[in-house]
Design a protein around this ligand. Structure first.
Ligand SMILES: Nc1ncnc2c1ncn2[C@@H]1O[C@H](COP(=O)(O)OP(=O)(O)OP(=O)(O)O)[C@@H](O)[C@H]1O
Ligand SMILES: [Mg+2]
Length: 362
């Protein structure tokens, strides 16, 4: 065990009968890190979280928490706090008693408990509901109290499984910030689960993208967004255009590819592509610019605008080109407005593109 890590998951595997819920998985978290497990439904996020919490027994592998082997320790010996979606507060206790509960269980003095409960209620801006019962709070307020009850005793690691899943968008966003602030202020290590890519991007130091019971890619939000390693990763985070190409040449830092109509497209070099193989060029809609008549770019496609959709501050246009039937372009609304039927030249820089292999598929 490397003392450097707060949490280390080594080769953990879990199956339920014939279903492999989690393939052999390894993962490390450093102290104070905010790491998010992101992925579609059924990809194994909760299974991994429950193994770390001690709520399921892995078939294989080891879990180390704070330098101690914890694979088969009961949950209460792991110094882990948990917050779930619809986390049930104790209905017969007031809000204050609910938050005080984990501190009482740890035998803290009355004065210390009162002080800590007061502080954490201020942090989640709910001091005025201290004397109420959970049923007298809205869903969002209850969820904030559940967070407060977890943060108040400063567990070594907090695990959260879709804690905002049941809330509406506005409240979700407010609580995302609140969780982030609590995390920064208290410096607690947080392992968070969501299937919402925006939430993961906003909150995380690193994202662990899961797919089919295994880790697809792990990295900072920026790395996953700008340097996805697979088509799945590129597709899952944000919007993307994929253009079918064949790899023509590999230089030191650039890959040159060719579309079926002979257009050359370039991307930064990637170790996984080989000359002569088929691949895809991925470019984000916001990386594509509409070129002025005489303007040039390293990568250019021409086509006809088929649709323009104003979605608030961003306008999305679709362009039919010979190499892609519906290339998505997003621009800030008001800038360089396109109209249906317009002929356009689209360009992007080589460093904003990514070359992806088809993962063995033709
Ligand atoms: N107790 C169980 N018995 C049998 N199969 C299970 C059990 N728990 C999970 N699974 C299966 O294991 C796989 C992974 O489930 P898991 O709950 O980890 O997914 P998830 O990524 O958390 O999905 P969601 O986003 O829907 O919560 C799924 O195929 C699921 O059906
Ligand atoms: Mg789940």
């Amino acid at each position: 065990m490397n003392q450097h890590y707060k949490l280390q998951v080594k080769d953990v595997r879990k199956s339920y009968g014939a279903v492999t819920a989690l393939e052999n998985t390894s993962l490390e978290m450093r102290e104070g890190e905010f790491l998010t497990l992101l992925g579609p439904s059924g990809s194994g996020k909760s299974t991994l979280l429950m193994a770390i919490a001690g709520l399921n027994n892995p078939d294989n592998g080891e879990i180390w928490i704070d330098g101690k082997l914890a694979t088969y320790l009961p949950p209460f010996q792991r110094d882990i706090g948990m917050v779930f979606q619809n986390y049930a507060l104790f209905p017969h206790m007031t809000i204050m008693e609910n938050i005080a509960f984990p501190l009482r269980m740890r035998g803290e003095s009355k004065d210390s408990i009162n002080q800590k409960v007061k502080e954490v209620l201020e942090k989640v801006q709910l001091s005025h509901v201290a004397e109420r019962f959970p049923r007298e709070l809205s869903g969002g307020q209850q969820q904030r109290i559940a967070l407060a009850r977890c943060f108040v005793y400063k567990p070594s690691i907090i695990l959260m499984d879709e804690p905002l899943g049941a809330l509406d968008k506005k409240l979700r966003e407010a609580l995302q910030l609140e969780i982030k602030h609590l995390h920064e202020e208290l410096g607690i290590t947080v392992l968070y689960v969501t299937h919402d890519q925006e939430e993961a991007m906003v909150m995380s130091d690193r994202i662990c993208l899961m797919n089919n019971a295994r880790i697809e890619q792990i990295g900072t939000p920026d790395e996953l967004y700008h340097r996805p390693k697979t088509i799945f990763a590129a597709d899952f985070l944000g919007e993307s255009n994929f253009i079918d190409v064949r790899v023509k040449a590999l230089q030191d830092d650039t890959v040159t590819t060719e579309t079926s109509t002979g257009t050359l497209l370039h991307a930064p070099a990637s170790p996984s592509v080989a000359t002569g193989t088929s691949a895809k060029i991925m470019v984000r809609p916001e990386s594509i610019r509409v070129l002025a008549d005489t303007e040039t770019a390293h990568n250019i496609l021409t086509g006809e605008v088929t649709d323009v959709i104003v979605a608030g501050g961003v306008t999305k246009s679709f362009v039919r080109t010979a190499d892609h039937p519906m290339l998505k372009v997003s621009q800030l609304t008001g800038s360089n407005k396109l109209h249906k039927g317009q002929q356009v030249r689209l360009g992007w820089t080589t460093c904003s593109a990514v070359v992806l292999t088809n993962g063995g598929k033709p």
